[in-house]
Design a binder for this molecule. Structure first.
Ligand code: ADP
Ligand code: MG
Length: 558
């Protein structure tokens, strides 16, 4: 170590995160090992990328790209060293002194939203708070790093006990890459044992793309799973790989592993998680789950280039030899090739889900319960009508024609259309009971039409955005009720012989009265033959979904 040490305070939000992490010694604290290995692996991937795109910008081009882990029981230390891209002094200050990662920020936001500490501890593992998770188990941490670019190849030592501040100092004899020395708390001494670390690597890091050596012996597989023949991969390998890429503890619900060579080269493995989506995953700010490679070189982790945002719950890897390595992000985004890859993948995923829905409806229903909301988001956010309809195929609804508690797809609904019926009718109501008793439903029921029931407030919006399905317009029952009656029908409304019914003259008078009393509050007052049990209904022009907003408004008023 050379010269004076610089002392830096952690930024306020970093301090807060460190404080939460350090205090939550929870049962899965082993994830800190995973996080450090994943950083080491990222650093090597970054180096691989730069050395294949800009070989002149890096030093020591021919070194082996490896991760070395050492356990030492006497010293109670765990050392993780990589030969990856390394960090300059500024990068160390920036990357290790502030919350860089979106995951950490979101994690903090969640906690600030009032989660109690217990719940917070449990979500550390899922969020992956990265480097800082080391402080769950460390009394202090030293990071030795030397950047692999030409201009600044001096080594530095960063150290901190994870409270208020860190120190940084120039240092001799630092190898290119990064070495992290974790000084373990007494209660975490298990992580200084070779067997324990071996298990953790097997559990989470078996598929890291560079060799991992533990006390000199290689532990992981290295051969990328997505390049293997789909039929050669056993379930257990899929589960391991899924745990690794999804930071997850469970097994995948569905897996889609395929390769194509024409018209495009694609090696792909995609997973649909078994667990329900977390609250954060529901938000559109959540990261996507796909890593994009070309010939085993990572181009972009969490890429949004390969699948639409609404499929962000799908985790996996896409590798295409057709993608040139040296394209900038902007060029990639606008490239025709990427658009084609994305289309192929999206339709593959939709077709895959459709097959599941047909072949194994029971499990599909469970999937739909957990992830149906994403499909609906897909319809609202997709511009492309055929794609909208491919998603709509996957939706499920109750109808008046089937048993309570069962749901069918729109395809099955179409099979039940009445003779002469062209439109698909839907009715939004909070429950089946309210739907069946709704005045809007009454007129369609009289005519014995099948009607889709939508129980979620946004369903109406979704079906409105869908506009049509296989040539059938989607029509709100409300619109159907508002449809003008013909002159002949009008004549039949009045039964002038009845003593109870109003005569045409009385009805006209009532309409005039209502129009005068209601003034601008209404667009029109009309009579209709479409109701039997309800004296009158209020309908909204054009946008039926507005009724939900009106309802919220009046709730607020009352
Ligand atoms: P993330 O990995 O999601 O970016 P982390 O908290 O795990 O978040 O790491 C923060 C940053 O620290 C990384 O983005 C990287 O810039 C830097 N870093 C951490 N470990 C290493 C390493 N072994 N080599 C190079 N840079 C690293
Ligand atoms: Mg990380």
């Amino acid at each position: 170590v050379k010269g004076e040490a610089d002392r830096h305070e952690f930024k306020a939000e970093t301090r807060m995160l460190l404080d939460i992490v350090a205090k939550s010694l929870y049962s899965e604290n082993e994830v800190f090992v995973r996080e450090l290995i994943s950083n080491a692996s990222d650093a090597i991937e970054k180096f691989r990328y730069i050395s294949s795109t800009k070989p002149d910008d890096v030093i020591d081009l021919d070194r082996k790209l490896e991760i070395h882990i050492e356990t030492n029981k006497q010293n109670r230390t765990l050392i993780i060293q990589d030969t990856g891209i390394g960090m300059t002094k500024e990068e160390m200050i920036d990357a290790l002194g502030t919350i860089a990662r979106s995951g950490s920020k979101n994690f903090l936001q969640q906690i600030q939203k009032g989660k109690e500490q217990g719940a917070a501890a449990n979500i550390i593992g899922q969020f992956g708070v990265g480097f800082y998770s080391a402080f769950m188990c460390a009394t202090h941490v030293e990071v030795y790093s030397r950047a692999s670019n030409n201009t600044d190849s001096v080594g530095y030592k960063w150290s901190s006990d994870g409270t208020g501040s860190f120190e940084i100092q120039e240092c001799d004899d630092v190898a290119v890459g990064t070495k992290i020395v974790v000084h373990l708390k007494p209660e975490c001494r298990e992580y200084a044992e070779e067997n324990r670390i071996h298990d953790v690597i097997k559990k989470y890091s078996n598929f890291v793309g560079s060799p991992i050596f533990l006390n000199g012996n290689q532990v992981n597989l290295v051969h990328p799973l997505w390049l293997m023949e789909p039929k050669d991969v056993i379930d257990e390998q899929h589960s391991e790989f899924f745990r690794y890429i999804a930071n997850s503890f469970d097994v995948p619900r569905y897996k889609l592993h395929f390769k194509t060579d024409v018209p495009l080269s694609l090696r792909t493995v995609l997973y649909f998680p078994e667990g329900k989506p977390g609250l954060f995953e529901m938000s559109r700010d959540a990261d996507t789950g796909i890593a994009l490679y070309t010939r085993k070189i990572l181009i972009q982790s969490k890429t949004d280039l390969m699948l639409p945002k609404w499929l962000r719950f799908v985790k996996g890897v896409v590798d295409s030899e057709d993608i040139p390595l040296n394209l900038s992000r902007e060029l990639l985004q606008n490239s025709n090739l990427i658009r084609r890859l994305r289309n192929v993948l999206t339709s593959r995923v939709l077709k895959f889900l459709y097959d599941k829905s047909v072949k194994d409806p029971e499990n599909y229903e469970k999937f739909y319960k957990d992830y149906g909301l994403f499909l609906k988001e897909g319809i609202v956010t997709t511009q492309d009508q055929p794609e909208k309809e491919d998603i709509a195929k996957l939706l499920r609804f109750e109808t008046n024609k089937i048993k309570e508690g069962t749901r069918i797809g729109i395809d099955d609904y179409i099979k039940q259309l009445k003779e002469g019926q062209k439109d698909i009718y839907y009715l939004a109501a909070p429950s089946r009971e309210l739907a069946l008793n709704s005045p809007y439903f009454e007129s369609l029921q009289k005519q014995d039409y099948p009607v889709l029931f939508c129980y979620e407030p946004y369903d109406e919006l979704v079906l409105m955005q869908l506009i049509s399905y296989k040539g059938h317009s989607l029509v709100s029952v409300e619109k159907e009720v508002r449809r003008a009656t013909t002159v002949e029908e009008n004549d039949k409304i009045f039964d002038e012989t009845s003593k109870e019914a109003l005569s045409r003259r009385e009805t006209d008078e009532l309409v005039r009265f209502l129009k005068k009393e209601l003034g601008h509050k209404v667009a029109n007052v009309k009579y209709t033959n479409k109701l039997d049990h309800h004296p009158c209904i209020v309908t909204v022009e054009d946008m039926a979904a507005a009724r939900h907003f009106i309802k919220t408004q009046s709730h607020q008023l009352s």
